[in-house]
Write a protein that binds this ligand. Structure first.
Ligand SMILES: [Zn+2]
Ligand SMILES: [Zn+2]
Length: 311
């Protein structure tokens, strides 16, 4: 390949890579945008509330306005923002008390996204306790139906800022719904005739897929897993990639994220994921602890470099 071709390929890769990270909102919503920018992020994900409590503090209009303004000024193009839902909600639960808490919790999170003009909320499908996965998937479907019917009637619902729920594939631990692509497809099919079906999409987490037994360490493995994914899920349904490496072996059902290239998926796998024709134009979010600004910059830099050089 001539130098000029090589340069052309690099600049294409650079322009297309929409890479970001999960950012803490401990300063404020607007401050999270500045932090993301200081790392070099082109997109970001936040929690709109503490994900480990049910409580959600009211979002003052001034905080929401400052956040809208920060997002508008964050980028010359667009700066996609995603919200990740609470860890407590379990829409697959067989326990009525848990469903009774999960429905209002998801509803509240959707309306927080509306208020912040965040168009996507990532949701774990949850755990089915001692029931079969097919019963548990049915519960997720009923829960989504309830959430959207309550939303329509809610006085605080803002029709002007629709929020899409992105169901995230699970890591394959016991009774975790959505760990196989077929289970995600079953849930999508279960809502396909309903008015809100366009508001349900998918987020693909690479660490979770690896933990659930989908090997992603080589270009050919990535190709096969993507073929399997897109044979049951339309590619327009996929809106986000969680780009996480894995600390535990493939198929272990154990979910511990590492920065891309530092775990068992490794650089060849991530290079293939970043270049896959159905993935390359999607936003990629790394979900790893970022202790300081230097490590945030190093994270974004190393994944960008990986994308630029074809392994
Ligand atoms: Zn994830
Ligand atoms: Zn995870």
């Amino acid at each position: 390949m001539s130098l000029s071709n090589c340069e052309a390929e690099q600049s294409t890769n650079e322009r297309e890579l929409c890479l970001g990270a999960h950012i803490s909102i401990s300063g404020s919503f607007a401050h999270a945008v500045s932090i993301a920018q200081s790392y070099g992020c082109k997109c970001m994900q936040i929690f709109t509330k503490n994900p480990r409590t049910w409580h959600a503090k009211y979002i003052e209009p001034s905080l929401a306005a400052a956040f809208h303004e920060a997002c508008e000024h964050a980028s010359h193009a667009s700066f996609p923002v995603f919200a990740h839902g609470s860890y407590l909600a379990n829409p697959a639960s067989s326990k009525p008390a848990q469903i009774e808490k999960s429905i209002p919790s998801i509803l509240t999170e959707i309306m927080r996204c509306e208020r912040l003009h965040i168009p996507y909320l990532v949701l774990h499908c949850g755990h089915g306790q001692d029931e079969s996965l097919s019963l548990a998937s049915d519960r997720v479907i009923s829960c989504l139906i309830e959430v959207y019917s309550h939303l329509q009637e809610h006085p605080d619902h803002d029709h002007c800022h629709p929020v899409m729920i992105l169901l995230e594939n699970g890591p394959g631990d016991a009774n975790c719904v959505g760990s196989t692509f077929e289970e995600l497809a079953t849930i999508l099919d279960g809502v396909s005739d309903l008015g809100f079906s366009k508001l349900i999409g998918v987020c693909f987490d690479t660490c979770h897929a690896h933990a659930a037994g989908y090997a992603l360490s080589t270009e050919s493995e990535v190709g096969s897993v993507c073929d399997e994914f897109f044979s049951v899920i339309e590619h327009q349904r996929l809106h986000l990639i969680h780009l996480n490496d894995a600390a535990h072996p493939c198929g272990s059902g154990r979910d511990r994220h590492l920065p891309p290239g530092e775990g068992l998926i490794g650089n060849p796998g991530f290079s293939a994921l970043l270049h896959h024709p159905f993935l390359r134009n999607l936003p990629f979010i790394c979900e790893v602890p970022i202790p300081d600004s230097k490590s945030g910059q190093a994270l974004i830099h190393s994944v960008t470099e990986l994308c630029m050089r074809k392994e």
